[in-house]
Design a protein around this ligand. Structure first.
Ligand code: BYC
Length: 342
């Protein structure tokens, strides 16, 4: 045990990646499962606020862009659930924890999208904040998470630019369009800052996660980086960020900004935000409505496995794997795996 522990410590110290086959402390595994699951859930729940606008996009071009973006978020969720599964948890079990309120997802997705400008502001601010937070995670110590992050960040950069481009177009449009943008910026600015998590002195996980090189920067460092990056973009766009305390501090070499309402973040994280019940309700309904698809896929995989081997045993094994996992919510994946190995 001491040898394994030493190997783990050396891997972290030398900035190498921890891989699924490696021994790792239980605390490290639990932290990775918590963070990756929360991240995956955020991507999937995060499809809802913008997804609501797909049928109401103002042009075919905007509809195609939004459809592609929301589809990307689904893909991110899938990479991340796969990364979590390398740690010995099952995606079906994580989905259950989400819909039963036992696992978190990002606070930001509990706010409503009231106009099409919100689609642009989510791209600019929410994806912008996500990039700030996720680029350092490409160097996270857990290999599958770090590698998933590389592709996710590339796609998030596209998302951020499409949001900014939409806002530039609206700002060059009518006064009514500019007013929608200003209203959306006013509503999303503070929640975007909350995405980075509680302040460092109230963040129970940061010290441990920094020591394990899961996190490379603290919540406050990344929040500051986001503010510094966004202020000139707001100026170029011609919008005023809703913070009278926001100003350049030459001494610090950073922008100062006002006090965040941490009680709001606590409220939203604990389930009492404007859209928490709706978001989880929609996810639960989608999961329940999709049960027949999982069952059909499991049955198909069981038949394919039986045909491949000509053995009724293989069919039985696949059906059992599919059946038990279908009960937990993801029979298709389990049966497909059973089929693949049969
Ligand atoms: N919302 O000790 P702390 C996207 C929780 S999706 C909710 O600082 P940690 C996109 C935290 O989990 C991208 N919960 O924790 C998708 C912890 O929970 P426990 C989403 C939050 O982990 C669609 C507790 O509060 N990004 O880009 O060291 C459309 C104490 O916090 C929040 C990620 O998921 C929050 N804002 O640091 C558009 C990034 N903040 O211990 C865009 C990956 C904190 O009670 N995650 N909590 O279970 C991380 O980087 C880190 O987990 C955090 C928190 C910085 C978020």
């Amino acid at each position: 045990m001491a040898v394994l522990e030493e190997h783990f410590e050396r891997t972290i110290e030398k900035d190498r990646r921890v891989e699924p086959r490696d021994w790792m402390p239980e605390g490290y595994r639990a932290t990775m499962v918590r963070q990756i699951a929360q991240h995956a859930h955020s991507e999937i729940i995060g499809m809802q606020p913008e997804g609501e606008w797909i049928t109401r996009a103002p042009s075919l071009r905007r509809k195609a862009i939004l459809l592609a973006k929301v589809q990307d978020e689904a893909g991110h969720g899938l990479y991340l659930y796969s990364a979590a599964e390398t740690l010995g948890v099952d995606r079906a079990e994580l989905t259950l924890k989400l819909i039963e309120g036992r696992q978190k997802y990002s606070s930001i997705f509990n706010y409503p999208t009231l106009s099409y400008a919100d689609v642009g502001v989510i791209g600019w601010l929410v994806d912008g904040a996500a990039i700030c937070n996720q680029v350092p995670l490409c160097r996270s110590s857990y290999g599958p998470y770090a590698r998933a992050m590389i592709r996710i960040c590339k796609e998030e950069s596209f998302h951020q630019r499409q949001g900014y481009e939409l806002l530039l177009t609206m700002m060059a449009g009518t006064e009514a369009q500019r007013s929608l943008v200003r209203d959306a910026v006013d509503r999303w600015w503070w929640p975007s800052l909350m995405m980075f998590g509680p302040p460092d002195d109230a963040s129970p996980n940061t010290a441990r996660s920094m020591a394990w090189k899961i996190k490379r920067h603290t919540n406050d460092e990344l929040r500051q980086r986001f503010v510094d990056m966004t202020v000139p973009q707001a100026e170029a766009l011609g919008v005023t960020l809703p913070d009278p305390c926001l100003r350049w501090n030459a001494e610090r070499g950073h922008h100062d900004f006002g006090e965040i309402d941490w009680s709001e973040l606590k409220r939203v994280i604990s389930g009492d935000g404007p859209c928490n019940a709706q978001r989880v309700g929609v996810r639960r309904a989608a999961h329940e409505d999709g049960a027949w698809v999982r069952e059909a896929a499991a049955a198909h995989a069981a038949k394919a496995a039986a045909r491949a081997t000509g053995s009724p045993d293989a069919a039985g094994r696949a059906a059992t794997a599919g059946g038990s996992a279908a009960g937990a919510g993801d029979g298709a994946g389990a049966a497909a795996r059973a089929g693949a190995t049969a």
